[in-house]
Design a protein around this ligand. Structure first.
Ligand SMILES: *[C@@H]1O[C@H](CO)[C@@H](O)[C@H](O)[C@H]1NC(C)=O
Ligand SMILES: *[C@@H]1O[C@H](CO)[C@@H](O)[C@H](O)[C@H]1NC(C)=O
Length: 328
């Protein structure tokens, strides 16, 4: 957040903002990170007239950084306390993290395991497609693979972009594990906060957040993705009994997408949850449901537009037509 842009006269703010939620009022100039603004609840709520300051850990209601905790107050809870919400890249709609745990467009958390060393379409829409490569392992005696997203492939118009997590024996956060390609050519992105790269037609932008291992990918008018390379930690390994080998920390991607102008036909492991009439088929009452669709979304490679339910077509013909031609 650029200081200044929100430092508006408090009375004006109250006039402008919706009556149902707390409003943020700049206090003491509001330029420093803390004490930040105080929150004020709408007239008629139990917390009206209580000026609540945000905790130090989350000074802002709408922090500039996508993974910063945001400050939140429930104006209808008599406690009238501000608390921190959403701490990580994996707490919001459109995320795919860890052994992939997704949060759909409908806000429902689900697992999709897929299969290791295979590719699946995460999002397939009329204008673009995003595939993921799954890596993983299957300890003896297990009936399925443990999987993680190792790479993403973006296909749009006649162009492609990939971002991958490089294999690492031991994790070292000061070492960059990101690899990129555009139209099959390696892209060099110097390390350093805000270091960025644009495609020649300016449609795609990649920008680092922090020196290493975190980037934002922006595909103009279609999607914005925050991508972080992370290892499987010893703690996760212990808790989930993955049995990670000593020579591979399974560096993988945690992803947070924001989509713009998706069509109502959008498909894919994650994409389908953005269909306006999508009904989550997961069994109710299960802590975190596992969703299927591996056969519908399986695709032969990271940059292939083909899967049986995919709707993206780079050439103007539909994928189902391509598949029909292939079958004939
Ligand atoms: C991490 O990598 C940096 C840069 O190569 C190196 O200086 C440092 O010793 C490494 N740390 C560990 C714990 O291996
Ligand atoms: C980088 O990614 C890690 C892992 O998701 C996250 O904890 C950290 O806050 C991110 N840092 C920046 C500068 O985005």
């Amino acid at each position: 957040m650029k200081a200044g842009s929100w430092v508006v006269d408090a009375a004006l703010l109250v006039l402008f903002l919706a009556a149902s939620t707390a409003v943020e009022v700049a206090a003491g100039g509001g330029h420093g990170p803390w004490p930040g603004p105080v929150l004020m609840c709408p007239r008629g709520s139990p917390c009206f007239h209580k000026w609540v300051r945000c905790p130090r850990e989350c000074p802002f209601r709408r922090p500039w950084h996508p993974y910063a905790k945001s400050c939140y107050i429930d104006c209808y809870n008599p406690k009238c306390e501000a608390v921190c919400k959403g701490s990580g890249p994996c707490d919001h709609k459109g995320s795919g993290c860890k052994d992939p745990r997704f949060i759909g467009g409908d806000g429902v958390v689900f697992y999709f395991h897929g299969r290791k060393d295979n590719h699946f379409a995460l999002v397939s829409d009329s204008r673009f497609q995003i595939n993921a490569r799954f890596i993983g392992l299957r300890p003896t005696g297990r009936t399925r693979d443990f999987t993680w997203i190792q790479a993403l492939g973006f296909i749009f118009g006649s162009h492609t972009f990939t971002v991958e997590a490089a294999r690492a024996k031991r994790w070292n956060d000061t070492v960059d594990h990101l690899r990129f390609s555009y139209d099959g050519e390696l892209v060099e992105l110097p390390q350093g906060h805000k270091s960025s790269w644009r495609s020649p037609d300016m449609e795609l932008m990649v920008e680092r957040m922090g020196r290493t291992n975190n980037i934002t990918v922006k595909l103009e008018g279609m999607v914005e993705a925050s991508v972080n390379v992370v290892p499987v930690t010893e703690e996760d390994d212990r808790i989930h009994k993955y049995q990670i080998p000593s020579d591979d920390c399974f560096a993988h991607l945690d992803v947070q997408f924001s989509f713009y102008g998706l069509s109502s036909e959008v498909e894919g492991v994650l994409g389908r949850t953005y269909q306006p009439d999508y009904v989550n088929p997961a069994k109710r009452g299960v802590a975190i449901p596992v969703l299927g669709g591996a056969d519908k979304y399986w695709t032969p490679s990271l940059l292939s537009p083909q899967c049986s339910a995919c709707v993206f077509s780079p050439t103007g013909t539909t994928t189902s037509m391509i598949l029909q031609i292939a079958e004939n």
